[in-house]
Write a protein of this length. Sequence first.
Length: 279
Amino acid sequence: MCISIQSGESGGSKPPPYETPDMETKSTFSQREYVFLAQLRNFLSIPAYNQPMLHQPDEIIYDRRRKRLMLQVLPGGKVVLKAPLGTGKHQLQSFLEQHAGWIAEKKAIMAKVSPPAEKLRFTEGELLWLAGRQYPLHLVDKGVKGLVFKQRQGFFLAKGEQKQGEERLKAFYRDYTRSEVTSITNRYAKQWGLQVKSIRITGAKTRWGSCSRQNSLNFSLRLAMVPPEALEYVVAHELAHTRHHDHSRSFWTFLGQILPGYETQRRWLKQNGLKLPDF
């Protein structure tokens, strides 16, 4: 999870360029005038004190498949610049200058965000998330196959499969998410006359869901960890995109119609999504 902006998006007004006048000197100037002009040139080359500092990215990632420049600010304030392969230094610098204020603002925000929880180790008693709550993991000698969940008891995993714990948990989350998402999708689609081409559960870590132009819906298996109300919000959000393929005012109005009060769950995901385990 991170804050991002890419070329073509507004990141705030760009400060006007600081231009220096033509300071060409002539041989008729006195030595004192030469000194004054040199000092003036140096002064004019210093950015105004209230202009945003130009933050250099901590990492630049070039991708031949990427078509636009993109900035990301990660938890802790790390700045990542993603660029199409072959992008020139001048273009990168111009993009950074244009969004200097945005970078400074988001770095201050993300510096206060805690990094994701530590990776799971699948040890006895470790707490695993399901539907917004945490349950203990029990390692057993026999009697279970794969990862099993029992109400009011928690998760059970055979000791011999401890090294495959992450794989087993992903499979469990994938099945759980598919079941919940399908049920909610069918209910909303029938109620609002929405057309859905397909549903796919992915291992995405940076987005909860997406909707293609053909109304194919994708959802992250990580949704199994969030409260049911938050999961329902994500499904409703992507379903709203089957009618409005953007984030226009019409989209948000329609989302508010099919899921009144969605703002609460949207806020929960923003505040708590980063606290969930990373795997």
